[in-house]
Ligand binder design. Structure first.
Ligand SMILES: Cc1cc2nc3c(=O)[nH]c(=O)nc-3n(C[C@H](O)[C@H](O)[C@H](O)COP(=O)(O)OP(=O)(O)OC[C@H]3O[C@@H](n4cnc5c(N)ncnc54)[C@H](O)[C@@H]3O)c2cc1C
Length: 519
């Protein structure tokens, strides 16, 4: 029998009943025996009256052996050096890819190592102190470290996606991420995985420098030739990957000052919406409480209003809303969750897409960034100087009236009542209201409830600026040997796509060096 696939459906209470599942597999495969079987995909099917698991198995003659042997090569003093700015998913996966191609990666990261970073997150949460080099976006592992760790991507090449997943598993992630339709890791597990990836990079001769902010990029004759670190140290470079993420506003300002091409990019902005998790479970599973074998229920919603998307973003079932500002004087929220997703709250971004032309007719490449920043600062200025965030009940937002009190929230710095419906331009507020009504109909009229709140402001959904690169060489269109990469350059929108872009850029660098006989 050659390898082939079967799908079965299974109620939650039979999820761990091997005899039940094998009987169904045999029936579905039309055979009494098979050599080896492995689960390759698991999803939740909540379409029917009873929620069920969908399971896809691969049946084989004999055991398939995963080849987990790392294909990395130890770099030597002859290996060409690739400087990588930023230790986020794009930067770390670029570094691992360098080790496959015989290149030596040197990563320069403005923030701290993943463990020391925790202290700064505590300071934001508990004391409202934002360190502009170490926060929920900056530091080892990038914005992905203290996140939900959802590993979704729209990337089509399954082989590449499986490769990233396998690297994460090899570095300590739960093997279930290879089979779950909506895999996630959780912010309690991610730091250890990031640390293990760093150890691999260092073991094979790569270097990582923390507390090192790139403050200038030196160009000569249209080529990147040097970096200035922390405003004083000069590094000579041969090729530089720029993977600084969507919040590195100083990098966008640097490009603008130097007249190197950048472009305003559509992005999305709105609020975090938070509900009790039991309510989302009830809507999605029709169960309260949900079965112990079912995970906290999630949702994904999207519609179009007047040609602009209104959608849920980065939904965190059983999660927490977190303060994601990257500089003092800003209020920005985002969401994360632990691997068990067991908080009593469900939160999600609720955002509206914004085009540069919605904001200005001027051709300012920083127009979206400035709009984003001005709103974050406005929310801070009307607060008490802490990271407490403004909030409004969703029913009051729709009715255009203040909330006199607010329900409990997962947001540790605290929330206070505010007319969020007056904080954004009317056109955005109207789209949010229309979107709420559409989503409410889709979620059986239970999404708009007294217990649902908006917390402001969710503004770092993606980069508001694009750093364009050549389609052929992937170098910046004005500066050779400078490779814009990952989310900050506008080529990724999440952990997986950032990791994939890091790999892709290094493949282009390696190809170039090979053509020139330098590797
Ligand atoms: C709270 C939160 C939750 C999230 N949840 C998820 C999720 O569940 N799933 C998902 O797919 N995505 C999630 N995201 C988004 C995801 O983290 C990003 O899409 C991803 O990390 C982008 O990867 P990147 O490597 O391109 O950039 P980043 O991860 O942003 O990394 C950029 C790195 O560059 C460094 N840097 C910046 N400027 C400089 C400089 N001048 N010099 C040196 N270093 C610099 C930064 O410190 C940072 O470490 C979340 C983001 C946040 C903030």
């Amino acid at each position: 029998m050659a390898s082939h696939f079967v799908e079965i459906s299974c109620p939650p209470d039979k999820l761990y009943d091997e005899a039940y599942k094998h009987a169904k597999i045999r029936k579905s495969a039309g055979t009494k025996s098979y050599g080896h079987v492995r689960l390759v995909k698991r999803w939740i099917d909540a379409r029917g009256r009873q929620v069920r698991y969908g399971l896809r198995y691969e049946l084989m003659d004999k055991d398939e052996i995963f080849n987990n042997t790392a294909p990395y090569q130890k770099s030597t003093s002859y290996s060409p050096i690739v400087h990588i700015i930023g230790a986020g998913p794009a930067g770390y996966f670029a570094a691992l890819e360098c080790l496959i191609h015989g290149l030596k990666p040197i990563i320069i990261e403005r923030g701290k190592g993943v463990r020391e970073r925790r202290r700064d997150l505590r300071a934001i949460q508990q004391d409202g102190i934002v360190n502009s080099n170490s926060n929920y976006c900056f530091g080892e592992g990038g914005a992905g470290t203290y996140s939900d760790g959802k590993l979704y991507t729209r990337a089509k090449k399954r082989g590449n996606v499986s490769n990233v997943i396998q690297v994460l598993i090899d570095h300590g992630a739960d093997a279930n991420i290879a089979i779950d339709a909506h895999p996630h890791i959780g912010s309690n597990k991610l730091p250890k995985i990031i640390e293990n990836i760093r150890k691999t990079i260092e073991h094979y001769g790569g270097e990582i420098r923390f507390n090192s902010r790139v403050t200038d990029i030196i160009e000569d004759n249209g080529k990147a030739v040097g970096l200035i670190v922390n405003e004083k140290e000069k590094l000579y470079v041969q090729q530089v990957i720029l993977a600084t993420g969507h919040s590195a506003r100083d990098i966008y300002a640097l490009f603008n000052r130097k007249n190197w091409k950048i472009e305003a990019k559509p992005f999305a902005l709105g609020f975090r919406i938070e509900h009790p998790q039991v309510l989302i479970d009830e809507i999605q599973y029709n169960q309260n409480p949900r079965h112990e074998n079912l995970p906290a229920a999630a949702y994904q919603l999207a519609c179009e209003i007047d040609g602009r998307g209104v959608f849920s973003f980065c939904m965190c079932p059983g999660g927490l809303i977190v303060p994601a500002a990257t500089a003092p004087g800003e209020i920005v929220v985002n969401g994360m969750s632990l691997s068990r997703r067991d908080s009593p709250f469900a939160n999600s971004g609720f955002v509206v897409s914004i085009e540069p032309r919605d904001l200005s007719v001027e051709k300012d490449p920083l127009v979206c960034l400035k709009f984003q920043q001005s709103l974050e600062q406005k929310l801070f200025e009307q607060g008490d100087g802490s990271q407490a965030a403004p909030a409004q009940r969703v029913v009051d937002f729709i009715a255009g009236k203040p909330s006199y009190n607010l329900p409990a929230t997962s947001y540790i710095p605290g929330i206070y009542p505010c007319r969020l419906d007056r904080m954004l331009p009317d056109i955005i507020v109207e789209r949010i209201k229309l979107g709420l009504n559409i989503f409410n109909r889709r979620l059986r009229g239970k999404y708009i409830t007294d217990d649902a709140i908006f917390v402001g402001i969710e503004s770092r959904t993606s980069a508001p600026v694009k750093i364009p690169r050549s389609n052929r060489t992937l170098e910046h269109v004005d500066v050779k040997r400078l490779y814009p990469c990952g989310e900050g350059a506008g080529y990724a929108g999440g952990i997986m796509s950032a990791a994939l872009d890091g790999q892709r850029v290094v493949q282009a660098v390696a190809h170039r060096l090979k053509e020139e006989g330098l590797n």
